[in-house]
Design a protein around this ligand. Structure first.
Ligand SMILES: [Zn+2]
Ligand SMILES: [Zn+2]
Length: 113
């Protein structure tokens, strides 16, 4: 028999209940790992991932999306080195090293090819 479990969120440290029902749900879907974050942190992460995915195909942000999103301010810019010409540039996402970052000149040149 499954019982409720108290788990401490690894992001915010809040204790949350992993209920027997949720455990069954997880088990039925073949998920081995317990959730390690509370529902609000999970929602936040899902949200961030949504934005991440949206940015990645182009590498350059469309501020229209963010502007329309609850009137939040544009995201923080990160400095990066253009993989093409080596110049410093700014990108709206944190460069992760697993894909090249280009300055706007090189980027439009590459896109134009
Ligand atoms: Zn949390
Ligand atoms: Zn460049």
């Amino acid at each position: 028999m499954l019982g409720d479990k108290i788990i401490v969120c690894r992001d915010c440290g809040t204790e949350f209940t992993f209920t027997a029902g949720e455990q069954t749900f997880y088990a039925n879907r073949g998920l081995q790992n317990e959730p390690s974050r509370c529902s609000s942190c999970r929602t936040t992460r899902k949200f961030n991932r949504l934005f991440q995915d949206e940015e990645e195909p182009s590498g350059y942000v469309n501020y229209g999306t963010f502007a329309s999103f609850g009137g939040r301010t544009p995201r923080q810019m990160h400095t990066a080195t253009c993989a093409q010409c080596g110049q410093a540039t700014e990108v709206p996402f944190r460069p992760r090293g697993d894909r090249p970052v280009y300055c706007s000149d090189c980027y439009s040149r590459i896109r134009g090819q």
